[in-house]
Write a protein that binds this ligand. Structure first.
Ligand code: PLP
Length: 391
């Protein structure tokens, strides 16, 4: 496996060999007893990872955007008021999705690299009766981390349902869905859950399920309608055969494999590992005097880092040089600043070795492009931070 490229973008990520092996299973029938067991077990493991013992999990073929679409389609009726808190590209996308189902949206948009204050959110919630509050845990376009607990508590206080876009956070950041009272937590398979792209995953609270049951109008999306999927999830839970749309069986075998790895390690330990690696990586970036998009390290994600290219450095050339070193990182995503920054994913089975390889390649690329600093600086900062017992 010499010259194997290291995929360090914020999804799809590098996957565990056991997960990839599971993908290669001879495809079973979606009603084969062993597959029914895999599906049922995956639903149970999701509730553990989401920390939502009484939540209703859904596993549906699609990407993370379908999970957003499914939450909006089932919870929004024409004319409902929806508050969207945006910390980047994906918050803006949620606004568009909610509007597609007839929501009147209000967008509270953070300045780039910052979060929206709780005071601002509460002031807005006082203005009218919102049906839902949608927000992003980690916006992958900015690397900004939002604290979900106080926002979901505010939503609860003002009798609104909370929807958390956890596509870049579930299994990488701490989420206590039930404890925090979040009504929907959704993700896609290819990020911190660690499964190749193709699964939309979400867990809905009983309150969210009741709001859906109380709808006056039919769900405006046939494929996403919980009327079609809830009986399927219930059947698999009871280990009974069922059919609505053929599930992506190999992906679900892989999902069970990954959820088992996550739960065997323990979600709390796994989140701590993400934090430790992120802190060491942030220290390395600081050592190179590079500026991160999140205004402070307190609101910087632990699943990825978003960093401005140094002044005078051609970003495309830097990334191309890193590819020559077999390290693939991502460019920018937020339209306003797209060409000015890069992103490094550090979620899932990522290790300190992987991040040291990224930093080595980054340093070599910068030196070759004429950015002056003492080579090895970021590696040293990474190591010394990583070795601190409390990081
Ligand atoms: C990646 C991502 C999405 C979209 O997921 P897709 O699988 O690309 O559809 C939505 N929200 C966040 C926060 C993401 O990181």
């Amino acid at each position: 496996m010499k010259r194997r490229k290291l995929l360090m973008i914020p999804g799809p990520i590098e996957f565990e060999p056991d997960v990839l092996q599971a993908m290669a299973t001879p495809t079973p029938s979606h009603v084969a007893p062993n597959f029914i067991e895999v599906f049922g077990n995956s639903l149970e493991l999701m509730k553990k990872v989401w920390m939502a013992p009484t939540g209703q999990p859904f596993i549906v073929a699609g990407s993370g955007t379908l999970a957003m679409d499914m939450a909006a389609a089932n919870l929004i009726e024409k004319g409902d008021d929806a508050l969207v808190i945006s910390t980047g590209y994906f918050g803006d996308r949620f606004k568009d999705i909610l509007e597609r189902y007839g929501a009147n949206t209000t967008l509270l948009k953070a300045t780039i690299g910052d979060v929206v204050s709780l005071e601002t959110i509460e002031q807005e919630l006082q203005k009218k009766q919102y049906k839902v509050v949608a927000f992003t845990h980690v916006d992958t376009s900015t690397g900004v981390l939002v604290a979900p607990e106080p926002i979901s508590k505010l939503a609860k206080k003002y009798n609104a349902l909370s929807i958390l876009d956890g596509v870049c956070s579930v299994a990488g950041e701490i989420i206590k869905q039930e404890d925090w009272g979040v009504d929907v937590v959704l993700t896609g398979s290819q990020k911190a859950i660690g499964v190749p792209p193709g699964l939309a995953l979400l867990v809905a609270s009983q309150k969210a399920m009741n709001a859906w049951k109380d709808r006056k109008s039919p769900v405006g999306n046939y494929y996403a309608d919980w009327n079609n999927w809830l009986p399927i999830m219930t059947a698999y839970k009871k280990r009974q055969p069922s059919y609505f749309g053929t599930p992506p069986v190999n992906l679900i075998v892989a999902l069970e494999a990954s959820l088992k790895i996550i739960c065997t390690e323990g979600i709390t330990i796994r989140v701590k590992k993400h934090k430790k690696l992120a802190k060491a990586f942030q220290a390395a970036i600081n050592a190179l005097n590079l500026k991160k998009i999140p205004k402070t390290d307190a609101i910087a994600a632990h699943t990825l880092s978003a960093v401005y290219f140094p002044e005078g450095i051609d970003g495309a050339a830097m990334r191309a040089k890193m590819i020559e070193s077999d390290v693939i990182i991502a460019g920018g995503l937020l339209p306003e600043i797209k060409s000015t920054y890069f992103r490094v994913g550090h979620m899932g089975s990522v290790s300190a070795n992987d991040l040291l390889a990224v930093l080595g390649a980054l340093e070599r690329a910068l030196v070759e492009l004429g950015h002056s600093f003492e080579p090895g600086k970021s590696l040293q900062a990474f190591q010394s931070t990583y070795l601190q017992p409390n990081t």
